[in-house]
Write a protein that binds this ligand. Structure first.
Ligand code: ATP
Length: 218
């Protein structure tokens, strides 16, 4: 097979990134390595104004994400959910990526275990598997058992290795325990900032400088 025929391998990692932290960034980088991906699209979600963190809008979350990624090879800010009107359904995001990449591309939706636990409650959850593989990233701070609706949704989909997953364009489920597992959450960062405590080393320096200069999350 010549290079032009090798299907691209792309993942999306969605989130609110409110703010982005090294748990997100290190996971995205190690996900790219583990699956030999061409790139990881980090997709900030559009959050309805009544649910958004006061004083921090979608553009600021995307700017912090871009500052955090900086020149990291293979990681990109993908702002399509912010630009799209209406709710941020992952099926719509995956459908637009699938449209761009073609039917043979290996498309992955990656999410942390905490987000995965709620997957069966998402909009058109079965359609997610028609569009992409789902890769669940272990989080050391989240270990609850699966709800029954999720068990039913994933039945027969789990594969044991990245190689097996990447043999098809979509439809599989893989659990990944990445080399660096970090018990860091944006919630803890927001709480620390609110109390005026240091967030040094929990997020990239450029992100820390940006949010401190604007007194975000205070
Ligand atoms: P919050 O504390 O506000 O809920 P969060 O830190 O979980 O935020 P999100 O923006 O909701 O961050 O997360 C985006 C995605 O990244 C989710 O799939 C989430 O599970 C995953 N994620 C977040 N933090 C980590 C981490 N430390 N390690 C691995 N995955 C993570």
């Amino acid at each position: 097979m010549c290079a032009a025929e090798i299907p691209p391998r792309v993942a999306m990692l969605g989130g609110t990134f409110d703010p982005v932290h090294v748990g997100h960034l290190r996971s995205a980088l190690e996900l790219r390595e583990a699956l030999a991906l061409d790139r990881v699209h980090m997709v900030p979600a559009r959050v309805p104004p009544h649910r958004a963190t006061p004083g921090v809008d979608a553009e600021q979350r995307a700017t912090m994400l871009a500052l955090g990624i900086a020149d990291t090879p293979g990681l990109y800010v993908d702002d399509r959910e912010i630009r799209r009107e209406g709710p941020s359904y992952s099926t719509a995001t995956l459908a637009s990526l699938r449209e761009e990449l073609g039917p043979q591309a290996r498309l992955v939706m990656a999410l942390g275990y905490d987000a995965y636990l709620h997957l069966a409650e998402w909009h058109e959850p079965a359609r997610l598997f028609e569009l992409a593989h789902i890769v669940v990233i272990d989080r050391p701070d989240h270990q609850q058992p699966l709800p029954a609706a999720l068990e039913a949704l994933i039945e027969g989909r789990e594969v044991e290795s990245a190689d097996t997953l990447m043999q098809s364009p979509a439809g599989g489920l893989l659990h990944l325990s990445l080399p660096t597992r970090m018990a860091i959450s944006a919630t803890v960062i927001r709480e620390r900032l609110q109390r005026g405590e240091s967030v040094r080393y929990l997020l990239p320096d450029a992100v820390e400088r940006y949010l401190l200069a604007r007194r975000l999350y205070r």
